[in-house]
Design a protein around this ligand. Structure first.
Ligand code: ZN
Length: 318
């Protein structure tokens, strides 16, 4: 459960004999997953019957990763990649309390690995939740700016998918409907109205389905660089990148800025100001490492387009 609920009535489950773990609401690292898994093994002599993940994208991802690691053994970093999880995880239920990341539907659970400059999840059929409870009333207390940053993750997933080379009718249909809902929510007068929260929760679900069947593009790899080097949370980092994507997604960048203006959301500027050459080199390395989305967006010769100089210039504008 998200640490946000530490003193909340939802945390009363602790008294029922269930093991309740509050997770920090920052991006989980492979070390975090190893620690949570070790704690469950220590406190329970048998595998749990079910894992219930309650919270935002990070809590969803921790639930999925721990469920897989419990049955597959070893350390979390061994499963960072595609289809490395051999056995099904523990039965897992997702209850999102924030909309946008699509973590409730995606087939991955993103983990930071600072030793390897790598932000990558366990992309696997076994990472998908067995059941979901989607209740938009759970998002009523989300701060406005966080609601926006996170919700826009859905928008970004879908524009990246629709501009990729890995397109097909199913992913496109999920993406298009998700974008319709995002547009309705973020161009409305009150993005957090009961109707808006309901629409955004569905958009998040559909965006997750889109990305589970395709790949992201240029935004997510650069955003991963910001998360690795500057510790920026995923959704805020996405917005910082999306704001400067005019060379890759001109219309979508303009539309993103229109949604920001309509909702009165300011995107932070100058986040890379004052960084030294070594930091820019790490930003480049931790972005360019994401081959699959970058090939999806730019083709197999993506390194010729995203040279270190070009990537550095992009980050210097952020
Ligand atoms: Zn995302």
């Amino acid at each position: 459960m998200d640490g946000f609920f530490r003193d909340h009535p939802l945390s009363l489950g602790e008294q029922s004999g269930d093991l309740l773990i509050h997770v920090a609401n920052h991006e989980p690292s492979t070390d975090d997953i190893d620690l949570h898994t070790a704690r469950i093994r220590q406190e329970k002599s048998v595998h749990p019957a079910v894992i219930v993940a309650i919270g935002g994208g990070s809590s969803m991802d921790v639930g999925k990763a721990v469920a897989n690691l419990l049955t597959n053994g070893g350390r979390a970093e061994a499963y960072q990649g595609w289809d490395l999880v051999a056995k099904p995880g523990i039965y897992k239920i997702g209850i999102p309390t924030l909309s946008g990341t699509g973590a409730e539907t995606s087939r991955t659970c993103v983990m930071l690995n600072r030793q390897k400059n790598l932000k990558l999840g366990m992309n696997s059929e076994h990472t998908i939740f067995d059941a979901l409870i989607l209740d938009p009333d759970l998002t009523v207390t989300v701060p406005r700016h966080q609601y926006f940053y996170t919700g826009v993750d859905s928008y970004i997933h879908c524009i990246e998918s629709l501009h990729g080379r890995h397109r097909h009718a199913l992913a496109d249909a999920f993406s298009r409907q998700c974008l319709n809902l995002c547009q309705e929510v973020f161009l409305s007068d009150d993005m957090m109205s009961p109707h808006g929260r309901e629409q955004l929760m569905v958009a998040s679900y559909l965006g997750g389905c889109a990305i589970a069947n395709s790949y992201v593009g240029v935004v997510h790899p650069l955003s991963a660089g910001l998360s690795i080097v500057l510790d920026l949370p995923h959704c805020l980092a996405n917005c910082v990148v999306m704001d400067k994507m005019d060379a890759f997604y001109p219309e979508e960048t303009a539309f993103f800025q229109r949604m920001c203006r309509k909702q009165g959301i300011e995107i932070p500027q100058g986040v890379c100001a004052g960084l030294d050459d070594e930091a820019f080199h790490r930003l480049y390395l931790s972005s360019i490492i994401h081959e699959k989305p970058l090939i999806n967006a730019l083709g197999p010769d993506y390194r010729d387009v995203l040279t270190e100089e070009k990537v550095g210039a992009l980050f210097r504008r952020m």
